[in-house]
Design a protein around this ligand. Sequence first.
Ligand code: C5P
Ligand code: MG
Length: 221
Amino acid sequence: MAAKAAAEKQIPAPKKDTPTFSPSKVTVLFVLGGPGAGKGTQCANLVRDYNFTHLSAGDLLRAEQDRPDSEFGNLIKEYIKDGKIVPMEVTVQLLENAMMDAVKKDKDGKGKFLIDGFPRKMDQALKFEESVCPSKFVLFFDCPEEVMQKRLLERGKTSGRADDNEESIKKRFKVFEETSMPVVDYFDKQGRVVKIVATKSPAEVYKETRGKLEERLGKNF
Ligand code: C5P
Ligand code: MG
């Protein structure tokens, strides 16, 4: 808890009336699903075929953790190993910075983002939509724990991730159920969730993903 308080003190949430990016120029799709549901795999397919910018909150946190000058390195390491949600100030700022880099590079100042593994907690959802950019909807990969666990243990053989082990996986599942599913439910109540069955092979899951996205966004999204 001390680490969380320190993070909140060091990055005071800036007060803003309007989000940094307008949804008329910047498209945001949140990509959610339990650990091992296949979010990263499917995002890579969508980047290849539809030219999205893929931002994984977990990848950004791991990169920040490894950045030699980061004041949050140790804090992030601790949270990730325990599968806990890093204080949102850190994650929201990393996402906003990465989005800004991409939008600045676009000649029309536009952007099309898959924000993967975020928002994992209600405060992140509210904060991001209020201060960074309202999202179009959530792409939710629905997968039973047994399947996800098998995939994560397999990935753990080569991923080098400190949290792809049985003990961390158990904690991550619990946090997903208790903290992240309420976020999916919140958006679902607003009719803003596109749900994909994520149990099958990557190719089959991708077929459903494309179909449902085209239904929602038209052929040329
Ligand atoms: O999405 P991924 O499995 O890469 O996330 C790894 C870890 O990063 C999570 O278990 C959590 O500790 C942290 N994380 C977070 N907030 C997010 C996304 C990831 O704290 N929005
Ligand atoms: Mg991932």
